[in-house]
Write a protein that binds this ligand. Structure first.
Ligand SMILES: NC(=O)c1ccc[n+]([C@@H]2O[C@H](COP(=O)([O-])OP(=O)(O)OC[C@H]3O[C@@H](n4cnc5c(N)ncnc54)[C@H](O)[C@@H]3O)[C@@H](O)[C@H]2O)c1
Ligand SMILES: O=C[C@H](O)CS(=O)(=O)O
Length: 482
């Protein structure tokens, strides 16, 4: 597929304002998950190259932190404008390397750009305090200052928004940053570098390094004493490794990790709205989204109505190449992901679950997993404990509010939860009882730049977006005047 604006398609790393190869000259291929065709070979950085990027960020940050909030705001606003101007091209690059349907990809570009727009404004609101002195001759003030050099390690499932959700506040706060995207999806990150350069982001303030040597680069990023902050989005398993790796240099860390979202339909729910919300919260990115509903709990009294209406809606979803008109479910990211989803379905059926729909890969393309509904599922199945990360809906039946809240909370994760119900006392009771960082009530879509996005328990800590997101990149200083 030809890209109209090939200036956005880069295959070298963006370091200190230059487009560079790794010192060894090695590359790795980026492929289209739909058909495994090679898109392009990109620079394969190693630890030595990574150290240079960190030094570039250190040098740039010394000047960047001296700029005014207004100056940083203007540059971020220009970057936002350029993202919106190029949203179709950025969307095509994203679909090519990640697979999600083009309308969803363009939607991600707009969503990702909204973080840059938001933090262009928040840059000017990093207020401090004037505190009444504790002694007659003392005056107390607090100010907020940039944390310093930041590194970000980001996932493949949202290769634009998971970067801007970090880079936006980091730059707004006066930090310089080195971003290491997933090896599957480096092109979206590099394209952001092109537009950052055009927006006037100074050399070295925003750096993008690409590599297939994930652990080596992670080690270089986490061991550097120049780096004061790591912002990670990815799996809980990797997040735990990175938290440990950052301990030796006491880095500030933010962790946006895995999820296992319950989707609860109470007996007084609007069933049609619940079905609509189920589709919205389950099938984004073919289910490869951290806040996707993972376990569906339906009250016995509405079970038959909900499941029959859901099956009709799911059976109408169009599966195929994300570049094709009307496709709603694209490929999973790789064969390992397909195998994982198939194994989780097989585990369920071996333990007694029934396949009401799907349960297998497409006959046309092994990377496409068919939208699947499982019934008669039990708590001893992997679909109850694992993050499915695929287009599979396991439906559990329940009778009481107490039992469903207990099941919903019966996980080490705590990212997002959803429920449909109309009794306002039930709504408040359940919303407060659910142990999650984010709760959708009568809606399946909760992600927005204006709200604090983040989880609890083993879904991580720290908030992204909202008025809180910039605090992750600031340090508070207390000054006592005698
Ligand atoms: N909470 C959120 O906001 C959020 C958003 C998107 C994805 N996720 C989670 O991310 C996961 C899917 O993304 P993924 O498969 O890219 O996750 P992943 O943890 O495998 O990889 C994420 C990033 O970490 C890097 N990485 C992997 N192992 C590493 C190591 N040992 N050292 C240093 N870096 C390492 C990868 O190259 C990638 O850039 C899911 O669990 C999903 O729930 C969470
Ligand atoms: O994978 C989860 C990301 O955070 C995507 S979104 O923020 O929910 O759109």
């Amino acid at each position: 597929m030809k890209l109209d604006n090939t200036t956005l398609l880069k295959n070298k790393c963006y370091v200190d304002g230059e487009w560079v190869s790794g010192h060894e000259g090695k590359t790795f291929d980026v492929t289209n998950p739909y058909d495994q065709s090679k898109i392009i070979a990109v620079a394969d950085f190693d630890a030595q190259d990574t150290d240079k990027a960190i030094l570039a960020a250190e040098k740039a940050q010394k000047e960047w932190k001296k700029t005014t909030a207004g100056e940083r705001s203007k540059i971020l606003r220009k970057w936002f404008d350029l993202m919106i101007e190029h949203k179709e091209e950025l969307g095509k690059i994203l679909t090519l390397e990640q697979g999600k349907p083009l309308p969803e990809a363009i939607g991600e570009i707009v969503y990702g750009a909204s973080f840059v727009e938001w933090f262009a404004e928040e840059a000017k609101r990093t207020y401090g305090d004037v505190i009444p002195g504790h002694q007659a001759d003392k005056r107390i003030v607090t100010i907020k200052q940039p944390v310093g050099v930041v590194v970000a390690i980001t996932p493949w499932n949202f290769p634009n928004a998971m970067i801007t959700r970090k880079v936006g506040p980091a730059l707004a706060a006066g930090c310089a940053i080195v971003v290491k995207p997933a090896k599957y999806t480096p092109l979206s990150a590099l394209a952001l570098g092109v537009l950052a350069e055009q927006a006037g982001v100074p050399k070295g303030v925003f750096n993008v390094i690409t590599s297939s040597r994930t652990s080596e680069i992670g080690k270089a990023l986490t061991e550097s004493s120049i780096v004061r902050k790591l912002s990670f989005t990815g799996s809980t398993a990797v997040g735990k490794q990175l938290i440990k790796a950052c301990a030796d240099t006491v880095k500030k860390v933010s962790m946006e990790l895995g999820g296992n979202a319950p989707f609860i339909v109470f007996e007084d729910a609007d069933v049609d709205k619940a079905v609509e919300g189920a589709i919205a919260s389950k099938y984004r990115n073919a289910g490869q989204t951290c806040v996707c509903s993972n376990r569906f709990f339906v009250h016995a009294r509405v079970y038959d109505e909900f499941t029959s209406k859901l099956k009709i809606a799911v059976s109408q979803l169009k599966v195929g190449n994300g570049m094709d008109e009307g496709v709603q479910i694209g490929p999973l990211i790789d064969q390992e992901a397909v195998n994982f989803v198939q194994n989780i379905v097989n585990d369920a059926t071996e333990k007694g679950a029934l396949i009401d729909l799907g349960g297998e890969v497409s006959k046309e393309n092994k990377q496409l997993y068919m939208p699947t509904i499982l019934s008669n599922v039990q708590k001893n199945m992997d679909v109850y404990t694992e993050e499915i990360f695929g287009p599979v809906i396991p439906i559990f039946r329940f009778e009481t509010e107490e039992e469903v809240v207990e099941m919903a909370n019966d996980t080490q994760y705590g990212l997002a939860a959803y429920f449909y119900g109309r009794d306002y006392q039930l709504v408040w009771r359940v919303a407060e009882a659910l142990e999650y960082g984010m709760v959708g009530i009568n809606t399946g879509m909760i992600s927005t730049t204006v709200a604090p996005f983040g989880g609890i328990k083993e879904s991580g800590f720290g908030k992204e977006g909202s008025k809180y997101g910039i605090d992750e990149y600031l340090e508070m200083k207390y000054m006592c005047f005698g």
